[in-house]
Design a protein around this ligand. Structure first.
Ligand code: CP
Length: 335
């Protein structure tokens, strides 16, 4: 049984096959291929796109989706093993996964890191605990990576650019008042290098580098795919010649869990917001972002409203790639 926890568990050919299937589903969205099947979607954090696209995607293929918000409309869940459960959680993931596996055919989970201890959060222990105790496939709806977002980004780039190999993609840190999850940045780095793009990670200073497990995986991906990975702290040279600008804000890991301390760094870097002047440095680049996005904080109105902004396309493609992932995990991927 396979899960969809991280694109690193899937080969580039397998991911490419999933994108082909997503394209087929985009052309023919309504079918009966998951008639009688079900997915439980566990949201430990808010969502608009992920929730809507998974629910709708299942329905468009004849199945049903059940949304649960542990700690709100479902019992709070403990994920660590061997814990004396005298806190807020009423049940353990061992029982939650066991029970849901008897009810449904797939389980998705969104569980952002807790922003307290990166040495624990970097292990992705919540989704790994779910996968360990589940006897049905598990889908990552965003933890410390966001593989469904990665797939939507790559489908969008393939639609707009055709061959993506050796295209220059800048993954730029952008301004935001709070230290956010690194998941989408980790994911953009992984998928860009996996598909052979020349990826430049632009961030204000070394403290904003991503966790070494993702930096190392991206370097290995680039080696295998014929792409490349560079790090830059210089806005002008990083944007120069780019064909894709992908923006995300994230927190500085050396200051993880200490936002006031991190602010002392962050407050200097408002000028990392993506604007027309920066986009003018590129080779007519596409711009995208996973959304949600604070306008005139992360990117200007002019960038968001430009023809080169494909963020809405990427959000739409979440629907199609997730349908492909659900089909593949249930052994229904072949048309
Ligand atoms: N991009 C994304 O996952 O959006 P939501 O947080 O709205 O699900």
């Amino acid at each position: 049984m396979r899960h969809f926890l991280n694109t690193q568990d899937w080969s580039a050919d397998e991911l490419s096959g999933l994108l082909d299937l997503a394209t087929e589903l985009k052309a023919n969205p309504i079918n009966d291929r998951l008639h009688g099947k079900s997915v439980a979607l566990l949201f430990l954090n808010p969502s608009m796109r992920t929730r809507t696209s998974f629910q709708l995607g299942m329905q468009q293929m004849g199945g049903i989706a059940i949304v649960l918000e542990p700690g709100k409309d479902a019992w709070g869940v403990e994920f660590n093993p061997g814990v004396v459960m005298d806190g807020d959680a009423e049940e353990h993931i061992a029982e939650v996964a066991g029970v849901l596996s008897r009810y449904v055919d797939l389980v998705g989970i969104r569980a952002f890191p807790k922003f307290q201890d990166w040495s624990q959060d970097r292990t992705d222990f919540v989704i790994r605990a779910l996968a360990k105790h589940s006897s049905v496939p598990v889908i990552n709806m965003e933890t410390i990576v966001h593989p469904c977002q990665e797939m939507a980004l790559m489908q969008t780039l393939r639609e707009r650019l055709g061959e993506v190999k050796k295209r220059k993609m800048v993954l730029t840190w952008t301004w935001h008042p709070k230290p956010l999850n690194t998941a989408v940045a980790n994911s953009a780095l992984l998928i860009g290098t996996k598909f052979g793009l020349d990826v430049t990670l632009l961030c204000p200073e070394e403290a904003y580098l991503l966790d070494e497990q993702f930096m190392d995986a991206a370097a290995a991906n680039a080696e295998a795919s014929g792409g490349s990975l560079q790090v830059s702290h210089d806005i002008e040279s990083a944007y120069a010649g780019a064909e894709v600008v992908y923006a995300k804000s994230w927190g500085a890991l050396p200051h993880y869990g200490r936002p006031a301390e991190e602010w002392e760094l962050r407050k200097q870097y408002r000028h990392f917001m993506v604007d027309e002047a920066k986009m003018a440095l590129t080779d007519n680049a596409l711009f995208s972002h996973c959304l949600p996005l604070r306008r005139n904080i992360k990117a200007s109105d002019a960038v968001m409203d430009a023809d080169y902004c494909v963020a809405i396309d990427e959000a739409e493609n979440r629907l199609h790639v997730q349908k492909a992932i659900m089909l593949e995990l249930l052994g229904e991927g072949a048309s």
